[in-house]
Write a protein that binds this ligand. Structure first.
Ligand SMILES: Cc1ncc(COP(=O)(O)O)c(C=O)c1O
Length: 387
């Protein structure tokens, strides 16, 4: 657990935190000095050397190794992509829907996950959405949908709309028991706690750098379980997916034996430099420390909201990072909070308040004070409380 003075020292590295209460890491992580330095280092290398592709490719390979360590994988199991959707599409393009054709996914997935698989209907996919009950999706609903015709079960770690944490291990077990694959979309959680893809048993893991990994947009990672890599031949491809991109052989398709086969074009070099610094900072802080700070704040906000009789969409025992409160007018509340220096966002009728290791109890108190002044914009708990 970090001490207050450690958190304060950390906060001084994120200039925006001296001016704003930043609760929008679910959309974009705050910018820190290390990430800015990463961009500077890239620019310096460009100035200095003109076209140092050997240095840049080495940096891109270092990013692969760093992320692999971060999630408990090996470097050859990680592909680097411009965005998470590209990783999902690359996997989808490599699957055949002949023997098994069902794609089973919950209705709390980020829209891109639906779009990627709905687009595969032309290739024979049958997409089945698992219904939610209120703000959760009971495992029984997955159990009813997953069967021997199921090819893949994509699942979001945390839902972007209501902060719901999927029961990933149960869903992965259900998928595997039926001979199906499991894909974890961890974009809303990666960077908030330790991750071990081997322990979770997922076949595919996808995330990007712009949220809790503290990096810029324009960089994402795809993990593919070692045993699957060479069985899968993406049809969305390009020269950086080849065994030797620098063979420059237009007439031969020779996919890399590693997860680089899920990539396509030139590496996103500036973003690689910057993103590595963000991940490096998290590694220095320690992911258990990050998780503990986030859990403490998420719990405090949920308890404070409950005291104000505000209805939360996120479960009361949530350890974060995203807490979503139900509103009568969520966009109006975002505007009111912005006027008080709080940066957050809304989706539908939910006010999204997300925590990272750089947030404090003062942030929680400040946001609760604004909410208390605008209770008419919130959905209230209808139970009358004795206290
Ligand atoms: C859970 C989740 N998955 C995927 C995405 C989209 O990723 P990308 O734009 O990198 O394809 C987001 C973006 O907010 C997200 O929250």
């Amino acid at each position: 657990m970090l001490t207050d003075s450690q958190v304060h020292a950390l906060r001084s590295r994120f200039p925006i935190l001296s001016r704003k209460i930043y609760l929008n890491s679910c959309s974009q992580g705050a910018l820190c000095d290390a990430v800015e330095d990463g961009f500077r280092e890239y620019l310096a290398s460009w100035h200095e050397h003109g076209s140092p592709w050997d240095i840049w490719v080495a940096q891109y390979e270092a990013a692969r190794t760093q992320f692999a360590q971060f999630i408990g994988a090996t470097a050859d199991e990680v592909g680097i992509l411009p965005y998470a959707s590209a990783g999902m599409n690359s996997v989808a393009s490599a699957l055949s829907f002949d023997e098994r054709n069902k794609v089973v996914l919950g209705e709390f997935e980020f829209p891109t996950m639906g779009h990627v698989w709905l687009a595969q209907q032309k290739r024979g996919a049958q997409v089945q959405f698992v219904s939610a009950v209120g703000n959760s999706i009971p495992s029984e609903n997955y159990e009813r949908a997953i069967d021997r015709k199921t090819l893949i079960v994509p699942v979001t770690g945390v839902c972007f709309m209501n902060g719901y944490r999927s029961r990933v291990s149960e869903i992965v077990s259900l998928a595997h028991a039926n001979g199906a694959l499991a894909m974890l979309d961890d974009y809303q959680d990666c960077g908030t706690r330790p991750v071990n893809v081997k322990e979770s048993g997922v076949d595919f893991y996808v995330s990007g750098t712009l949220k809790y990994l503290l990096g810029p947009p324009g960089l994402a990672f795809l993990y593919v379980r070692r045993e699957l890599i060479e069985q899968l031949e993406p049809t969305i491809t390009g020269w950086f997916a080849q065994r030797n991109p620098f063979a420059f052989d237009v007439k031969t398709l020779d996919l890399s034996p590693s997860a680089r086969r899920f990539e396509a074009g030139s590496p996103m070099v500036p973003n690689v430099y910057a993103a590595m610094r963000g991940i490096g900072l998290l590694q220095e802080i320690g992911m258990n420390n990050v998780a503990a700070q986030i859990a403490r704040l998420a719990q405090a906000l949920l308890q404070g909201a409950n005291k104000l009789s505000i209805k939360a969409k996120t479960s009361e025992d949530s350890v974060g990072p995203l807490v979503v409160l139900q509103c009568a007018d969520a966009p109006a509340l975002v505007t009111k909070l912005a006027a008080s220096g709080v940066i957050c966002s809304s989706r539908h009728d939910g006010l999204r308040l997300s925590f990272h290791v750089y947030n404090t109890m003062d942030d929680v108190q400040a946001v609760l004070a604004v909410l208390e002044r605008h209770l008419e914009l919130m959905t209230r708990l209808d139970t009358v409380r004795a206290d």
